[in-house]
Design a binder for this molecule. Sequence first.
Ligand code: NAD
Length: 493
Amino acid sequence: MNRYDQLYINGQWTAPINGGRFDTIDPSDETLITQVAAATAEDVDAAVAAARNAFDNGPWPHLPGHERARVLRRIAALIRERQQALAELEVRDNGKPLPEALWDIGDTAGCFDYYAELAEKLDDQREQGIALADDRFTALARMEPIGVAGAIIPWNFPMLMAAWKVAPALAAGCTMVLKPSELTPLTALELARIADEAGLPAGVLNVVTGLGADAGAPLAEHPDVDKLAFTGSVPTGSRIMQAAARDIKNISLELGGKSPFVIFADSDLDAAVEWILFGIFWNQGEVCSATSRVLVERALYAPLLARLEQEARKITLGNGLEDGVLLGPLVNRGQYDKVLAAIERGREEGARLVCGGERPAHLDKGYYVQPTVFADVPEDSWIWNEEIFGPVVCVRPFDSEEEAVRSANRSRFGLGAAVMSRDLQRCERVARKFRAGIVWINCSQPTFTEAPWGGYKHSGIGRELGEWGLNNYLETKQITRYDSQQPWGWYIK
Ligand code: NAD
């Protein structure tokens, strides 16, 4: 038995019913970290039954908000206490550089604190009177937890993506089953341990590790789950939506993106290059909102590309635990092969490779890909339009604001978009024209727990974070009372 080869169900650590295990690999050197429990439909049944029982018969949904907040704050404090160890575990499982993992874990704790505050406020805001035109009635709207939530998350920000769902669901009074990605399951199991230590009642949070088809699909299809919250790829999101349709489950989807970054010629060159780099090389480009399509006004195009190449070549690749590393390995062999194949396709499609495009010569083990810049990328090419989810940026010139906006919006995705110019009026105007859920002006990627997160078009349905994140886990009930002393007088006169 190791620390990670059991499931957390009903407040107990239990072996999967069929005894299955899968490997989790360190992407920096391709070695085995540990084996993890592989849940199947029977384990998912047990986890959902525990969550159902905790919701229908347990105290959690009915506790005053400040009592739920107390547990959430304890979870936040324990995460902060273990920030270094959790961040190192995240680096080993995912590959990201340690400073980024430390940032993620700090944000994870912050997310629990933030939703603790909203849980407290919910006590005052739970019931709101409604002004009715007919004064014989009084009515109110009351917010109640939606029930049992099933949360399925990806591998790029493992613990943070868990927090974005677990913290608001618990704040609302829901119970839940969390299924982390099979590529990065370890910090979700640590979160279960922390929740247990923080005094979360048994069955409120259940964590089942396992493969998508074996553990994720049975969770999505389970009739006792009231709400599905999913972050991941578009094809899986579509499958989850089909499963939800059968039982009319409430659903929120955070899916992929191919986010544009429009840079006008009056921009400061240093700032433009810095934010382009941050927009695509942070987290190895394995970021749903990465600004992977860059549109540069023609007068700045050549100098910007020269500077971008110069800076991209300086980025230090290596094991995320080493000092000074700014780009770690991709998460696994599959992602590495996918990114290298996309680069090859870009070459074949006639895009000009400015730098990168290969495995770094000095690293013979691990899933490393150089920071890669393509210029003159054809607008109808695969690499301009499809999500690569790696350190690959595509750049094109533009000649007018209208052309830039049209090209930016010419995508089936609509998650993020960014614009840079010294002319703030122009930035504000373009921001309002983007068909995207998250728009950055003069920056790219900073993310705030208080602000809504989610996409238009194929990038998803619904919003996480902020009050929108809490609303994902609330139902609205109307309570109407007949107050008149006059009989209704319809049948009985
Ligand atoms: P993925 O869809 O392959 O997997 C996501 C999760 O779904 C995993 O836990 C997986 O086990 C599970 N899963 C797989 N098949 C399933 C099935 N049939 N039924 C139920 N669950 C199943 O995605 P990924 O490769 O882990 O993540 C990368 C994708 O996530 C990218 O497209 C990225 O853009 C997106 N993403 C979006 C956001 C956002 O906020 N919009 C954030 C992070 C990642």
